[in-house]
Design a protein around this ligand. Sequence first.
Ligand SMILES: *Cc1c(COP(=O)(O)O)cnc(C)c1O
Length: 378
Amino acid sequence: MQGEKIWLSPPHLGGSELKYIQDAFDTNWISQYGSNIDAFEKTIEDYLGYDSFVTALSSGTAAIHIALRLLDVKEGDFVLCQSFTFVASANPVLYQNAIPVFIDSEASTWNMCPNALEDAIKYCLQQGKKPKAIIAVSLYGMPFMVDEITEIAKKYEIPIIEDSAEALGSKYKDRPCGTFGDLSIISFNGNKIITTSGGGILISRNQQLTDKALYLATQAKENRDYYSHSEVGYNYRMSNISAGIGRGQMEVLEDRILKRRENHSFYNEIFKNYDEIDLFAEPNDDFYSNYWLNTITIEENNYQITKEKLKKIFIENNIETRYLWKPMHLQTLFGGYKFFGNNLCGILFDKGLCLPSGTNLTDESKSKIRDLLTDIRV
Ligand SMILES: *Cc1c(COP(=O)(O)O)cnc(C)c1O
């Protein structure tokens, strides 16, 4: 082990977060009300545009759960979900005792495959139940095939929940991720492009839905002069302290996006010399990725380069890397559920690796990584 640990994607504070936290302390609004929450929501609404209505919540997972509630997903309903994702995309489907149906990826974005999606919809219709929602993910910051997926969703009149947990700052045809779903979510967990320490937002396209989201996220308390409840609610609101961190982070978002894209160029310079290693990149000019994580896939080669071997070299040098998300249809948790596609995402999992992509990656760390990666053929 040598040198300070290089993390995959650590938090990177901007400078004014403490000022906003101090405001919360000074005014004694340290709980789930206060000006940081209001300002944080407003800042993101302005950033996203396209008539976005934002509710700040305790996590991205909570936001997906609320989205399912808003779409009236109940026990026994089908919900179509991208298989290649972090488990938080799919767990809320189980919270509702609904039935996830998993969809494979396509090769250009690694996200939901339109053909597999349509096959899955037809299967559900044959079972006599139209799916209640499509959970489409923009994984590693790469937007999904928005036009193709939206067209299918419209054709069958199924709402899209856009899981852009990892994609704040990414765009498709110049329009920001977070504005493509009937409901969309973004995460501010500690490892995401910006953070609130832990938190998430739900984005809807109208005020009414956002009011309903806030109501569900605050114990579904009806507006009476006593505590009156007629349906189940949650304690999912973001705190005014976390929102203060988020306000500070929004001030540096543009810088963070550029920095992640610079990291991508850095890796591109290295991997252009390797036929057996592909750096995952935007398929064409319609896609603008925040490159939240830089990921590679390693083809079979004569140099004995494997993801296991690379991971080991990095560990020995105190550098964190991570395998790609293991698809949901291959997880024991989801063993009994249907999957549509040819297992492209399983193949990606088998040969892929995520590389350090933090915005605080120093030049020194980069040279260390470059040196390690220029010496991997044996
Ligand atoms: C991080 C993440 C989530 C969940 O967000 P949390 O804020 O951690 O609950 C959901 N989906 C994806 C794809 C994620 O990466």
